[in-house]
Design a protein around this ligand. Structure first.
Ligand SMILES: NCc1[nH]cc(CCC(=O)O)c1CC(=O)O
Length: 317
């Protein structure tokens, strides 16, 4: 997926600067190698996926680095670095993928006494799945989407269990929930069985957005990146990220949020949930396109006013 995203960044940069030459450098990050442990214990996905690449930008080994915005923690300072471009958002929706011998009706009629299993390590997805398929159980499931025998689709299709950190296993899984944008990027969108609406399953902050980061004092790169920046995506992402920042959330915090531009206004919907998915606190705010951070701040304080702080603290254990 990272490869496909990097190709897309390059494609857009070449369009913007046809005479330029660009070189891509691939990183094998810790997050990709370790497919067993739960992401929360690596300090959220960001800890694993993002920090090695950032250090290479700081050391000037790279001019810029591509990240999925969703994987960038909301509770970390990033000294010396700036996001120079927010590429136009791809779909932010989550979707359902099934094993060949299962149907969606099987999930809907699954009974809690012998539940079918849906693979996802996200607290957010598990919380929404409790309402969509009350008779199913969400199990720990991770790895890249495709590409190896440890990948999520390979394990699903071949009825392989997922290893857990304590040396045990869970699964096999009957279905998976994944980001539709991620599946598209690895050409697996034909596997999408159902796209969840954002009200059924509110996306993760930043889902579907690819960003390019560079050194804050590298004006030449900043200027180049500005040419592929997408204004609407940037404003929406800024609102979502401000929310995450104030709630002090990392990538696997039980926080959901999506901002959309609607009728010349920004509309931000957000939710915080308990780790077991039983409690959910929600809010919706609208405001001026030019003031995204203020909107994110407003949503965050509304959630905190309704008791979100307690749920987030409980998720840090
Ligand atoms: N876990 C890693 C990750 N980081 C971003 C995406 C999805 C793509 C995106 O947000 O653009 C995914 C896969 C997933 O959640 O299914």
């Amino acid at each position: 997926m990272a490869l496909a995203q990097t190709e897309e960044v390059l494609r857009q940069l070449k369009l913007a600067r046809p005479q330029g030459t660009f070189e891509k450098v691939l990183f094998d990050t810790k997050g990709d190698r370790d497919t067993t442990s739960k992401l929360v214990q690596q300090g959220g996905k960001g800890g694993a996926f993002v920090s090695e690449i950032r250090d290479a930008v700081r050391r000037k080994e790279l001019h810029a680095a591509m990240h999925s915005l969703k994987d960038i923690p909301g509770n970390e300072e990033t000294p010396d670095l700036t996001i120079g471009a927010y590429l136009q958002r791809d779909t932010a929706h989550d979707c359902l993928v099934l094993r060949a011998d299962r149907s969606e009706a099987d999930l809907s009629s699954s009974a809690a006494t012998a539940p079918l299993t849906i693979g996802s390590t996200s607290v957010r997805r598990a919380a929404f799945l409790r309402h969509i398929y009350p008779g199913c159980e969400t199990i720990h499931f991770r790895g890249s989407v495709v590409g190896s025998e440890k990948s999520r689709l390979f394990k699903l299709d071949n009825q392989l269990p997922q290893e857990t950190e304590d040396g045990g296993t869970v699964g096999p899984a009957d279905a998976l929930v994944l980001a539709a944008s991620g599946l598209k990027r690895v050409n697996q969108d034909h596997r999408i069985e159902r796209v969840f609406s954002t009200s059924e399953m509110l996306p993760a902050v930043g889902q579907g957005v690819v960003v390019v980061e560079c050194r804050s004092d590298d004006y030449e790169t900043l200027e180049l990146l500005a040419s592929v920046d997408h204004f609407e995506t940037r404003q929406c992402a800024l609102a979502e990220r401000e929310l995450l920042w104030i709630l002090n959330g990392h990538c696997n915090s039980p926080i959901a949020g999506i901002c959309e531009m609607d009728d010349g206004e920004l509309r931000l919907r957000a939710a915080v949930m308990s780790l077991d998915g039983r409690k959910m606190i929600e809010t919706e705010v609208s405001g001026e396109v030019a003031l995204p951070r203020e909107l994110g701040r407003e949503a965050a304080f509304q959630l905190l006013g309704k008791g979100a702080g307690e749920l987030i603290e409980a998720s840090r254990l």
